[in-house]
Design a protein around this ligand. Structure first.
Ligand code: HEC
Ligand code: HEC
Ligand code: HEC
Ligand code: HEC
Length: 416
């Protein structure tokens, strides 16, 4: 006979297994948390810190970088473009040029401005935006001359800025009024811009995948012979992700009806998609989320990933879906447009992918286009972990009557 206070073997067994279960659960959670904090924790903390203290880019950020730098010693005929002396010489030479000729002698893109207005734009937003003094592009004894390839590159970049603002940014549904400018990508440095977030680099698994793109009707192409050469064979997952960022197409435009607004990344398809396609889609979505420092429900109602839930008013700060998925679709079309026209937008090709030691960005930031290696922008180049790029420019926030009032010349905003 057992005393009523003693546990039966059966009760003891239940007690022990529950206790063991709790210990295992605690240890597992702690282990996963530990692994998580070793891998993604610091980046997530950094992203949160950035979001908690967002500061808009200002032209003085770029000017400070130039004047604080040691003078450089170029070997290609250009004069030094870093250091206090370079800055003072350049700015003053430009001022003299602007007072000597009121109408610019060789403005092919910046039309409709006086030389003095161009000077203001150059000092603050071109030199400031790239973190280089005038000598990077100009022979400062003749500002009209196209002596150096960097000036020609910059002019083509201006054409691109005009194009992107006209064709994509100004067309965003429920647009907040921010335009792209030089600093949006350049972030006070002329070269080697990072295209993807550090969290993306750490989180994308090193596996090979088969890419089955969708055709113009939204049907998967599975026959290798019919696929674009770049994805005919298996590719690394990270390259598949970038393939979608740079080759995105909408095959059923959004018109407010159910099932519209469908593009290359749509998964719900009659007959389903392959496991590899689901993996690629998930990693493209991770790229979008990390680049903007947001979670999935910034763009999606997580009970219906396929839907576009337009809500102009939106909850506080428009932080939940309201137009964001549709905006992201326009952005994917924009990155595709950028990549497909990149060889004419001014960037100068590189002999090889630079390493981090040479001041290069991650290898994900370089693409081979027309057989040459280029640094190509991605979502992170502009967004830098924030939903509204801090280095974009909103004309409405500029006090009326501010010097010259040309901050982003109308022609680069797409305003005729
Ligand atoms: C990144 C390259 C770049 C930098 C740096 C730069 N500029 Fe320019 N600048 C240009 C380009 C390109 C044009 C021509 C724009 C066009 O064709 O519409 C131009 C035009 C000008 C003009 C008009 C010249 C004319 O009469 O046709 C002036 C003045 C000028 N820049 C001054 C400056 C000053 C001063 C600085 C330094 C504070 C500077 N620029 C820095 C690229 C640059
Ligand atoms: C969409 C992003 C983006 C915007 C906007 C942008 N650039 Fe660029 N630009 C780049 C990238 C990326 C490169 C290539 C850098 C490299 O090769 O390392 C580049 C290259 C250049 C170069 C050639 C530098 C060199 O020495 O090889 C110049 C000059 C330049 N940009 C000027 C400008 C000017 C001026 C503006 C504003 C009117 C501007 N860019 C706007 C992304 C951008
Ligand atoms: C910045 C906006 C944005 C973020 C953040 C985002 N997505 Fe998406 N997502 C999109 C867009 C745009 C599409 C539409 C793609 C298409 O049809 O080509 C999409 C499509 C999808 C689809 C396919 C839906 C269908 O039509 O079959 C799934 C599933 C999905 N996302 C999951 C996620 C997950 C999970 C996350 C978080 C890791 C996430 N998304 C984060 C913009 C976003
Ligand atoms: C050349 C710069 C640039 C690139 C590249 C870029 N964006 Fe943007 N994006 C912007 C600007 C500028 C805005 C702000 C527009 C506005 O004021 O409404 C914006 C806004 C957005 C918004 C709306 C945010 C909000 O809160 O209103 C989403 C979503 C977005 N981008 C997603 C993406 C995704 C995804 C990619 C990559 C596929 C991408 N962007 C690439 C410049 C860029």
């Amino acid at each position: 006979m057992q005393s009523p206070t003693r546990l039966s073997d059966r009760q003891a067994a239940i007690f022990v297994s529950v206790a063991v279960g709790i210990v295992v659960a605690v240890v597992t959670t702690a282990t996963f948390w530990w692994i998580y904090s070793l891998t993604l924790g610091p980046e997530r903390a950094a992203a949160a810190a950035l979001l908690a203290n967002p500061t808009r880019w200002s032209p003085s950020d770029g000017a400070k970088i130039i004047t604080a730098a040691k003078p450089n010693t170029p070997t290609d005929g250009r004069k030094p473009w870093l250091g206090q002396t370079a800055w003072t010489d350049g700015v003053q030479a430009g001022q003299a040029w602007a007072s000597a000729i009121q109408k610019p002698a060789n403005a092919q893109v910046l039309t409709g401005l006086t030389t003095a207005e161009i000077w203001t734009y150059m000092v603050q937003y071109v030199a400031g935006g790239l973190g280089v003094s005038c000598q990077y592009c100009h022979d400062i004894t003749n500002f009209a001359a196209d002596t150096f390839p960097q000036k020609v590159a910059a002019r083509n970049m201006m054409r691109m800025v005009k194009d992107l603002n006209t064709k994509f940014i100004g067309q965003l549904p429920n647009w907040r009024g921010n335009y792209i400018q030089c600093a949006t990508c350049h972030n006070n440095t002329p070269l080697n811009h990072e295209a993807v977030a550090p969290q993306f680099i750490k989180s994308v698994p090193p596996i090979q995948v088969t890419v089955d793109p969708l055709d113009a009707t939204g049907a998967p192409i599975t026959d290798p012979a019919l696929k674009p050469v770049a994805i005919r064979n298996q590719v690394a997952l990270q390259d598949a992700v970038l393939y979608y960022i740079y080759n995105y197409q909408v095959w059923k435009p959004f018109d407010g009806t159910d099932g519209s607004g469908r593009g290359s990344l749509a998964l719900t398809y009659t007959g389903g998609r392959t496991q590899d396609q689901v993996t690629i889609n998930q990693n493209v979505m991770n790229n979008n989320a990390w680049a903007l420092g947001v979670g999935c429900n910034f763009c999606h109602n997580s009970r219906n990933f396929m839907a576009f839930e337009l809500n102009a008013a939106g909850p506080a700060n428009n932080v939940v879906y309201g137009y964001n998925k549709l905006k992201a679709q326009v952005m994917l079309q924009m990155t595709t447009y950028i990549a497909q026209n990149w060889t004419t937008f001014g960037a100068i090709p590189k002999p090889a992918i630079p390493t981090a030691l040479e001041g290069g960005a991650s290898k994900f930031s370089y693409q081979t286009l027309n057989g040459q290696i280029y640094n190509v922008p991605g979502c992170f180049t502009c967004h830098g972990g924030v939903n509204v790029p801090l280095r974009s420019i909103n004309q409405a926030t500029i006090p009326p009557g501010s010097a010259g009032n040309v901050f982003l010349p109308p022609v680069l905003r797409g305003t005729p």
